[in-house]
Design a protein around this ligand. Structure first.
Ligand SMILES: *Cc1c(COP(=O)(O)O)cnc(C)c1O
Length: 473
């Protein structure tokens, strides 16, 4: 689509985003078209008044891009599994907990991985079927477990105490829920400690290399005909593919050992978790699902030979590149020789980036007041947020065309774990979230995904109806 503008878009990409070190040559059509759509969406959001003086912050979601990623995920694994292998791709709801997004993914053949009563409720509201839902959480209550078994959704049991609870429930109820054990393969950490789930001391799953753990797991499966799955999720952003593959190889080896020891195929499904990292340094999608699926097929050939069903739980890699936070520049100033643009996007929509900028740098693209990519010589500047603390910076010392009041700063690749994860600091309002897609006339259509939060709602959620609760006590 719109090939005539494609070249333009690629050039704008390089002027707008300082971290971009991938050159035009490796631009896949999907990536190039996504940049074109993004630029059109920002311009249209200004033109249509979604973004402006009274709505200085929005989250935008690229519907075409989300569909493309869902299709790429399915195609990647279809290409490596034996024909007839049952495959469930369950989107990790925590990455973008918005009901219309879950519905869009459902229509694209993707289920839901949930880890709390809230996430389960979102998946159900989106119409995700129980057979396509997986519950993983390290702190499931008995009531949550009972509900999951009643619904027939898959449950991955985290630890021996939880297995005791499931044992008791299984004596009382009949269920169609597939049940698995989460293992921690203890293969080590990636670049971001907080997101590395397969360290020696991780809080998740049964630590496979601890003394006695392997034997305990084998016995647990031998004693329970309904315990038929193994689950491992070795981490998110920052964990190299080779380490993820090692974690999955450990699960596979354990499944083989369990089945050999029991003398039957007790373990029939392996849940490989999610965690495919996202490239935040350019518009190139890398690594791809196809690369990861091929790497797994080489590293763990038996996994895909048809003897095991497959569950995946990708989150960030499905959504990150399809979301953009766009914030209006309210004021600009200079401080100590540094240019500073004060915008409406800060810690409330980019919490991880603000508190841990070294681990979560974001690319910023500059747009002018009309929403056109801003041209001109680049100037090193800080892009600041609206919150009242000094560290509330979306980007520090980025080289961008000099931002001016009324311009827009866009934080790219923020479709997962950013604007959908509002942090209520300074009682800053949750921004509206809008999905966009091209319309027949060559323009852009928007749909409200989440209304912007009003000041009245902020008061109500902050005890507004209980104004005298403390003085009357
Ligand atoms: C967070 C999480 C995922 C998704 O991780 P991504 O890095 O977003 O792909 C999958 N499974 C489990 C158990 C998780 O906790």
């Amino acid at each position: 689509m719109r090939r005539d503008r494609t070249g333009d878009a690629v050039n704008m990409r390089h002027s707008g985003t300082e971290l971009d070190n991938h050159r035009d040559g490796d631009g896949r059509p999907d990536d190039v078209n996504r940049v074109v759509r993004r630029d059109e969406a920002v311009r249209s959001a200004v033109e249509q008044g979604l973004l402006g003086p009274d709505a200085p912050l929005v989250g935008l979601l690229d519907v075409v891009g989300i569909r493309d990623s869902a299709a790429a995920l399915r195609a990647a694994f279809d290409a490596v599994v034996a024909p007839g292998t049952p495959v469930l791709h369950a989107f990790a709801v925590k990455a973008t907990p918005l009901v219309p997004v879950l519905r869009l993914l459902r229509e694209a053949g993707i289920g839901a991985e949930v880890a709390s009563p809230g996430e389960l409720a979102l998946a159900r509201a989106a119409g995700v079927e129980p057979e396509r839902t997986v519950l993983d959480s390290p702190a499931k209550t008995t009531a949550e477990l009972r509900e999951a078994l009643a619904l027939g959704i898959a449950v991955n049991v985290d630890n021996p105490q939880e297995l005791d609870r499931v044992d008791a429930l299984m004596r009382q109820t009949k269920t169609s829920s597939p049940l698995g054990m989460r293992v921690n393969p203890q293969v080590g950490a990636g670049a971001i400690d907080a997101l590395s789930t397969a360290t020696a001391t991780s809080k998740f799953g049964v630590a496979l290399r601890d003394e006695g753990a392997r034997e305990w797991l084998i016995r647990a499966c031998a004693d329970r005909p309904w315990l038929t799955r193994l689950h491992a999720h070795s981490g998110s952003q920052g964990v190299p593919l080779s380490l993820m593959a090692r974690g999955i190889a450990e699960s596979y080896a354990l499944a083989e050992e369990i089945n050999r020891r029991i003398g039957r195929r007790r373990i029939d499904t392996i849940d490989i978790g999610g965690g495919l990292p996202v490239n935040f340094t350019s518009d190139t999608t890398t690594p791809t699902y196809a690369q990861y699926a091929r790497l797994l097929a080489e590293a763990v050939p038996g996994l895909f030979d048809g003897r095991y069903g497959l569950v995946t739980e990708f989150g960030r890699s499905l959504l990150a590149k399809h979301g953009t936070v766009v914030a209006r520049v309210e004021y600009t100033k200079r401080a100590g020789g540094r240019a500073v643009a004060v915008t409406h996007a800060g810690v409330q929509v980019a919490t991880r980036t603000v508190y841990a900028p070294g681990s979560w740098p974001l690319r910023i693209a500059a747009y002018d007041a009309k929403g056109h990519p801003k041209q001109g010589p680049t100037v090193v500047q800080d892009v600041a947020g609206p919150a009242c603390f000094a560290g509330d910076l979306l980007a520090q010392a980025h080289a961008l065309p000099l931002l001016e009041p009324g311009d827009h700063a866009a934080a790219l690749d923020t479709g997962a774990y950013y604007f959908a994860h509002h942090y209520a600091y300074n009682s800053l309002a949750r921004p509206g979230v809008y999905g966009y897609a091209p319309d027949e006339g060559g323009g852009i259509r928007f749909a409200v995904v989440r209304e912007p939060q009003t000041v009245e709602e902020i008061v109500a959620e902050s005890g507004g109806a209980r104004v005298s609760a403390l003085t009357d006590l």
